[in-house]
Design a protein around this ligand. Structure first.
Ligand SMILES: Nc1ncnc2c1ncn2[C@@H]1O[C@H](COP(=O)(O)OP(=O)(O)OP(=O)(O)O)[C@@H](O)[C@H]1O
Ligand SMILES: [Mg+2]
Length: 421
């Protein structure tokens, strides 16, 4: 029997005159290769942050709304650490900035290899604290489950309490392929020194061995996404006044980042889960891990496209061209989300309603603005207030980036009583 099989295998086939055993081996190898390739492609497309590669994908490319995107267009990440942002026209900051180069280079040297070279004693960094891992562990009861606030694409966030009673949020950055290091640096560079009542304050950080953690002020009333789409959205919906207070605070924070800092900061990931709120509905913009710094000599940078589906400006998504107007677009989507209570991309809705921007443009065009307001709101906004918010949101998502208003202008439009309709 086996003789017979061996004989057949050694017979020549008419596939390039190869022996049967060779043909069988090649076919088996090809099947294995194809299987491995299919599994790899499948695994890749199911990652939390799938790559983005075409303009079509820029519109609706994920089966899950609000997923992060990251597509390589052309990375100029060297820009990112060119300098720290400091408020314009403030002498005290200028003084500090002259010593900045020294302090920055010292931490650049300290961090990459890990190790608490300059820290370990909760030392004062000028703008904040350098915490030891031990201090963080004590504050979070050893990262206990009951202190867990949530988990995002870049890390796990815990609530902690410092010995002086200050409540903090500690973000333990996931350490995949240097991602933690990048997030860590960008966040520290972008907001380490700046302060604004609508920006979450970075109190300090911890860098020991491979560990990278950011320590923020604790914001005690959840985030906007939870309020709009979470379990309380129906039973305890946000009032119109609370919504407008939150968007106005967010607009002020962005105006500050774009118009008062040098170099200006483009946030790049404005979305509802990154807007934290306190009990009096003050917005606190968080998550600067994707931020980019734009010096005054630069109107734009070409960069890797990062952000979250549904919020990313089309020109940035298609070409990687980043200006502060990309944040304006994301803010416009956020404002639409706040007005309607809908997700920016929602595949559970009927065709034509999946993309919030397209749907809302249609509703306004068909003079059905009143129907667009979040049905969960117990008291509806006045027609005037609703129209004002809608028109501001529509201007912010103008496909022509140059026609979008600046954030300072958005603040004025949201505050003005005599808004021209
Ligand atoms: N300073 C803070 N105070 C209170 N809660 C916070 C603070 N920072 C983050 N959180 C909460 O921690 C959770 C995780 O935040 P994180 O930013 O890591 O994830 P995310 O915003 O849901 O997703 P993504 O990674 O896409 O930004 C969120 O529920 C957020 O509201
Ligand atoms: Mg976040």
């Amino acid at each position: 029997m086996s003789q017979k099989i061996l004989h057949r295998l050694s017979q020549t086939t008419n596939v390039f005159g190869l022996k049967l055993w060779a043909v069988v081996t090649i076919c088996t190898a090809m099947v294995i290769l194809v299987t491995v390739f299919v599994v790899w492609v499948w695994g890749f497309s199911n990652r939390r942050r799938p790559k983005l590669s075409s303009s079509h994908h820029c519109k609706l490319s994920s089966s899950k709304a609000a997923q992060r995107i990251a597509a390589a267009v052309a990375d100029e990440s060297s820009d990112m650490f060119a300098s720290q942002s400091v408020p314009r026209n403030e002498s005290s900051w200028t003084d500090e900035s002259s010593s900045r180069t020294g302090s920055r280079s010292s931490w650049s040297a300290d961090f990459p290899g890990g190790g608490a070279a300059a820290g370990g004693d909760g030392s004062d960094l000028g703008w904040g604290q350098w915490y030891t891992l031990r201090e963080i562990e004590t504050a979070t009861h050893g990262f206990a489950e009951d202190t867990l606030l949530g988990e995002g694409g870049y890390g796990i966030v815990y609530r902690g309490e410092l010995p002086n009673g200050t409540l903090v949020a500690v973000k333990n950055l996931l350490n995949n392929k240097g991602q933690a290091e990048r997030e860590f640096r960008v966040e520290v560079e972008a907001i380490g020194r700046v302060r604004h009542k609508n920006l979450v304050r970075l109190l300090g950080y911890c860098a020991e061995g491979p560990q990278r953690m950011l320590v923020y002020e604790y914001v005690d009333n959840g985030n906007l996404e939870q309020w709009l789409h979470g379990p309380l959205a129906e039973s305890n919906p946000l009032t119109w006044e609370a919504r407008m207070r939150i968007v106005l605070g967010t607009a002020k924070a962005l105006a500050y980042l774009h118009e008062a800092l040098e170099p200006k900061v483009v946030h790049r990931d404005i979305k509802s889960s990154n807007i934290l709120v306190d009990t009096t509905w003050n917005a606190k913009v968080s998550d600067f891990g994707l931020a980019k710094l734009l010096g005054s000599d630069k109107t734009h940078v070409t960069t890797r496209v990062m952000g979250t589906f549904g919020y990313v400006a089309p020109e940035y998504c298609n070409t990687g061209l980043l200006t502060e107007r990309s944040d304006v677009y994301s803010f416009g989507v956020l404002l639409m989300e706040v007005i309607t209570g809908r997700d920016p991309v929602d595949y559970s809705r009927a065709t034509g309603e999946v993309n919030l921007v397209d749907w809302l443009k249609q509703m306004v065009g068909n003079r059905r603005s009143e129907e667009a307001a979040d049905p969960n709101m117990r008291v509806k906004p006045t027609t005037r207030a609703l129209k004002r918010a809608l028109l501001v949101s529509l201007r912010c998502v103008d496909p022509d980036a140059q026609k979008r208003p600046k954030m300072g202008h958005v603040v004025h439009m949201l505050e003005a009583d005599d808004f021209p309709f």
